[in-house]
Design a protein around this ligand. Structure first.
Ligand SMILES: *Cc1c(COP(=O)(O)O)cnc(C)c1O
Length: 420
């Protein structure tokens, strides 16, 4: 840690002061030989594990063949195969096209570029509590100031924020349709329906606190986009690739987005991202208008193919659902005995607890931090999130065996008892 402080910029944070030596199967082993159960998956990345066999084999084979040519200069087959997989797996059976990039933020930026080229409009609508990345345009799309935006402005123009459906904090009984009407009213009155190029939304918000919108909210927004010629962009960067118990969280809603952004879980830990969507929208960008030196790097594509193969062969969609059932049952039992737990929510292997002052919705970030710290000390990696910093989120790798899942939940229970 002393060497880190001497050479690494202060702005790059650390959740646990633990240096990893090796990792896999839901366990991180540090350089001192300590083991940690991993409920973070490197922020929802290593669903298939940190060194999945098929990922390792394909990466080794590819890295020995060639590391890079630049797809825009001389193409290679792996990129095509990843696009074929994305077009096949993302929601909807319409004709699709994909383009590959390096990071989630880059995918979101490109989705906005494509939507603007297609609509010849400029305005982009994002939501309260939304998170879309740390580049200039995606900072503008991201809601939370600290730590993502503070002192880093000015931000990109023509980004407008409207209210999310957040059942725990919305007026009691507010339906998804009513929450959508609240957002749409602001869009129409303040932005103007025919100014909107894109509406960008996470189906379950990640950094914003694992906020699951009320049923009906996402379909109503998608319908409004269709009726008004705006591009509906699903940011599935955290929710995609089996995490929520479907290939993509939008599958659960029965909604087919116009464009889908993917990253995190796509490539078993290697940096890769994609934009996939309706052929006529994707093809609106002129030849040469999309790309980047490394986008769709052959080693990252090999990893993605190994990762997708693992998800299919190990049936990780079903596994995510059963992890979700186990976690939700145990966490609801804890909520019944610990009144600091205001809500248990999420879907599949993307579950969180929101901590509040007992009997209220008043956020309790201090208790969330204390529970996280107690978990870390007891050998469990957990992450916090949420606009108010009061949400503990659980994202185990989908390959984690039941006994580790159980042990991890036991550590959370103990931490809750000691911190409250
Ligand atoms: C992590 C995340 C991003 C940004 O991805 P990076 O790869 O960190 O640039 C964008 N959107 C969502 C929903 C995310 O969770």
């Amino acid at each position: 840690m002393a060497r880190r402080a001497a050479v690494v910029a202060r702005g790059v944070g650390t959740t646990l002061p633990v240096f990893v030596d090796r990792a896999g199967g839901g366990v991180l082993v540090d350089v001192d030989g300590n083991s940690f159960i991993d409920f973070g998956s490197g922020i929802a990345v290593v669903g298939v594990g940190n060194a999945a066999d098929a990922v390792v084999a394909r990466v080794q084979e590819q890295v020995a063949r060639f590391t890079h040519t630049c797809f825009m200069v001389t193409p290679y087959e792996g990129y095509i195969e990843v696009c074929e997989a994305l077009n096949r797996l993302t929601p909807g059976d319409h004709e699709k096209r994909s383009a590959l990039f390096n990071s989630g933020a880059e995918a979101v930026e490109n989705a906005v570029k494509i939507a603007r080229a297609h609509t010849r409009r400029q305005a982009v609508v994002a939501f309260d509590h939304g998170y879309h990345g740390r580049t200039n345009l995606t900072m503008a799309l991201t809601a939370k100031n600290m730590p993502y935006k503070h002192s880093f402005g000015p931000f990109a123009p023509e980004v407008y924020r409207v209210p999310m459906s957040y059942p725990f904090r919305d007026p009691a009984g507010m339906t998804g349709e009513a929450a959508a009407a609240r957002a749409i009213d602001l869009i129409e009155k303040q932005v103007g329906a025919d100014e909107v190029a894109a509406v960008v939304i996470e189906p379950i918000q990640g950094e914003g606190g694992f906020v699951v919108p009320a049923p009906g909210f996402l379909p109503a927004l998608a319908r409004w986009c269709t009726d008004n010629g705006a591009v509906f962009v699903a940011d599935e960067i955290q929710t995609g690739f089996c995490r929520t118990g479907d290939w993509f969280a939008f599958d659960h809603e029965g909604v087919v987005p116009d464009l889908v952004t993917t990253a995190k879980g796509i490539a078993g830990g290697l940096p890769l991202a994609g934009v996939t969507g309706r052929a006529e929208i994707m093809d609106a960008a002129h030849v040469g208008g999309l790309g980047g030196t490394y986008g769709g790097n052959p080693v990252a594509c090999a990893a993605a193919l190994g990762s997708i193969e693992t998800m299919e062969s190990m049936e990780l969609v079903e596994r995510a659902r059963s992890i979700g059932d186990v976690m939700t049952t145990r966490l609801q039992e804890m909520a019944a005995t610990h009144d600091a737990v205001g809500e248990v929510r999420g879907r599949g292997a993307m579950i969180a607890i929101e901590l509040t002052r007992p009997g209220t919705t008043e956020p309790d970030a201090a208790t969330a931090a204390a529970v996280a710290k107690a978990c870390h000390a007891d050998g469990l990696v957990v992450l916090t999130c949420g606009t108010y910093g009061n949400v503990l989120r659980f994202l185990p790798p989908l390959v984690m065996p039941d006994h580790l899942l159980d042990e991890g939940l036991g550590i959370i229970e103990k931490a809750l008892a000691s911190a409250t």
